[in-house]
Write a protein that binds this ligand. Structure first.
Ligand code: ADP
Ligand code: MG
Length: 399
């Protein structure tokens, strides 16, 4: 689960991270009042979407306006808020379609001396939390890794010992901090590490963490993501969830206990088991088309689950064909066949459908499909299934 910048700042602040004063607003008048409340001086209006690169982004109907704008007066804030709210912001991370901005964060302005990069994440190879820092703040870590990997510094934390102060201070010197800033950085690292562990986070990123002209460290941007598997331990975090930022298909799938990830291709996949689902996606690509999704119906797919899976697949306007690929181990092929027939008869399948079943009670499953008169193409193995769905989709496109 991801949260907004203003929420991440509030969470991190409660663990001791230095942040500037700010207010979240949802109307131009509120934006004006927020600047007044912050002292009427230099402020920054920041679009709140679950994507970075806002500063360098642009609004679809205002190509000159980015998602982070300095304002000098309450009235200017009102005008800027008017141009941002309910408009589409396009950034490197949103893709060309962009995201609609529903909330703004009005924050005190900052005199920036230096911009640093600072983040915490889980290194799966080391099986540890890693702290990453760089003096090349403001740039995305992906660009940094590609262009100037030598500027990225890391330390990993032993989970039994926790973050030692000397580790943080050493990292501070490696990114060129001196004097009191070294202890300041250690404090920032400690607060971020404590928040990360206590809340089962998967990412804390402040880019930039800045050194101000007054010589203080401040987190000027903040991003936090949480491990969904840990959320049951943190009910309070669920209130930070913003469903308007999530893929509606993924939300619907979650309600039915399906593992679903929406993708950009045209062939919908309904598979049991994550490994088989991955293999199915790969082989569709091998045949020259792209999967529209990853979908694992799980081990004990019920009629309701299969029906929900079909609804989700068919709700995607880009879908041009569906491939059902089930390996019956514990799952019985005849049950799945019955559920697929049922779902197709109820929902109506407007695209070509290829079914490949293997394993327990496969003969009975196949017999059911034949008897039902379902307009489906039957495949014998995975390769055959991929070839058949790709051929069917292409034939339909040509027609
Ligand atoms: P994004 O990463 O989405 O572009 P940031 O929050 O990092 O958004 O803001 C982009 C840039 O805007 C920062 O690198 C910083 O230079 C500037 N900025 C952000 N917040 C402030 C602020 N409160 N005061 C002054 N400058 C800011
Ligand atoms: Mg940033």
């Amino acid at each position: 689960m991801n949260i907004h910048e203003y929420q991440a700042k509030a969470v991190l602040k409660s663990y001791g991270m230095p942040v500037l004063a700010g207010q979240v607003v949802q109307s131009p008048d509120e934006a004006r009042d927020a600047v007044r409340a912050l002292g009427g001086k230099l402020c920054v209006v920041k679009a709140q979407i679950h994507a970075g690169g806002r500063g360098k982004g642009h609004f679809l109907d205002h190509p000159d306006l980015g998602g982070v704008k300095l304002v000098h007066s309450p009235d200017e804030a009102k005008a800027v808020a008017y141009d941002m709210l309910d408009r589409v912001l396009v950034t490197k991370q949103t893709g060309p379609k962009g995201r609609v901005v529903h909330k703004l964060y009005v924050e005190a302005g900052c005199d920036i001396e230096r911009e640093l990069y600072f983040s915490l994440l889980v290194d799966r190879t080391l099986r540890r939390i890693v702290i990453v820092a760089s003096d090349a703040g403001g740039t995305s870590i992906e660009d940094m890794a590609a262009k100037t990997p030598e500027k990225i510094h890391k330390v990993s934390v032993d989970p039994a010992l926790g973050l030692a102060d000397h580790q943080a201070r050493e990292l501070a010197t490696r990114i060129g901090l001196h004097g009191p800033l070294i202890n300041g950085f250690a404090k920032v690292a400690r607060s971020a590490y404590e928040a990360f562990v206590a809340l089962d986070a998967s990412l804390v990123e402040t880019n930039p963490l800045v050194v101000t002209k007054q010589g203080d460290l401040v987190a000027l941007d903040a991003k936090m993501a949480f491990d969904d598997n840990g959320l049951f331990r943190h009910r309070e975090l669920l209130e930070l969830r913003d469903e308007s930022e999530e893929d509606p298909r993924e939300r619907e799938a979650e309600r039915f206990g399906l593992s679903y990830v929406g993708l950009d291709g045209t062939i919908g996949c309904m598979v049991n088991g994550a490994g088989l689902a991955m293999a199915t996606m790969d082989i569709i690509r091998e045949e020259g088309e792209n999967p529209a999704n990853f979908l694992d119906v799980g081990g004990g797919a019920s009629k309701e689950k299969v029906a929900a899976a079909f609804r989700i697949l068919l709700a995607d306007p880009h879908i041009e064909g569906i491939l059902v690929n089930i390996f019956g181990g514990i799952m019985r092929c005849d049950l799945i066949a019955g559920a697929v027939i049922d779902a197709c008869q109820k929902t109506g399948c407007r695209v070509p459908l290829v079914i490949r079943l293997a394993g327990t009670r496969v003969k009975e499953g196949m017999a059911l499909i034949e008897k039902s008169g379902l307009d489906a193409i039957v495949a014998t193995d995975l390769g055959d299934a991929a070839r058949k769905i790709v051929a069917a989709v292409r034939a339909r496109r040509a027609a």
